[in-house]
Write a protein that binds this ligand. Sequence first.
Ligand code: G3P
Ligand code: MG
Length: 238
Amino acid sequence: MKIDRDRIQAHRGASGLFPENTLLAFRAAQKAGVASIETDLSLLADGALAIFHDAALGRTVAGSTAISELKTDEMARLDAGSWRGAAHAGAPVPLMRDILDWQETTDLAFNWEMKIHGDEQERAAAALAGHLTGRDLTRSLVSSFDAGFLNEIMSIFPALPRALICDELPADWERIGRDLDLTAFHLHHVVVTGALVQAVHDAGYMVRVYTVNEQADMTRMIETGVDVIITDYPERWL
Ligand code: G3P
Ligand code: MG
C-alpha cells in the first residue's frame, strides 16, 4: 500500500526500526520519504527542552532520575540507543535546539508534542516560545494532551499552530477547539470513524491519528478521510 507522503507522519521518528526520538530515527524517517515527524519534548531543570518521551529515565535510557531534575550537560552524556541494540549504542538524547538546526537543513515539518510530567505548564510554554522565536513556524506545530499547557502557549506565542491530543474526542470538543483556537485534534485511531472525521472537518479542524502500524488499521484510517496518520513504520507505507 502506497500512501501520499503528506499523510504519513513518523512517530518519534522511524521508531519501529530505530531508537525512538533520536537523530538516527529522524534521519531514517527522512530517508523513508515522510513530510513530517512527531516527537516528544520534555522540560529539563535548566529550562532547555530535550527530545524525550518519559517522565523519568529507565525505559530508553539507563537510570531512574526524573527528567525534570536533569540539566543539559547531564542529558548529553546519556545513551538512548543501546536499548535497541549494540548497533545504535551511544545515540544521544537530542536537544530541541539541535533538532531545530537539523530541521533547517531539510524540508521536514515537526509535530512537537509537549509532555507535561508535573505542573510545569507555564515554564514549558515559556521554554517552547523561547526555542521557536525566530524560527520558521510554517513547518512546526505544537500538540499536547495537556489543555492547560496549550492555553499557556496560546497566551504567549499565539502564532504557533496548536493541536489537542486525546485518546477519544471529548463531549465538549467544539468548545475546547474554540477556546484553545486549535487547528487540529490528534486522536487514537481506534475511536475514529468516517462520521467523526466529517464532523471535525466540518467544524474546521484537521484530524491526525496515532499510532497506526498494521495494514488493516491503515486501510481503515485512509477510508475515514483523516488528514495525517502517525506511524512507527513510515517505510512500510511510502
Ligand atoms: O502525538 C501522538 C502520540 O505520540 C501521543 O502518545 O505516548 O506516543 O507520545 P505518545
Ligand atoms: Mg508523542
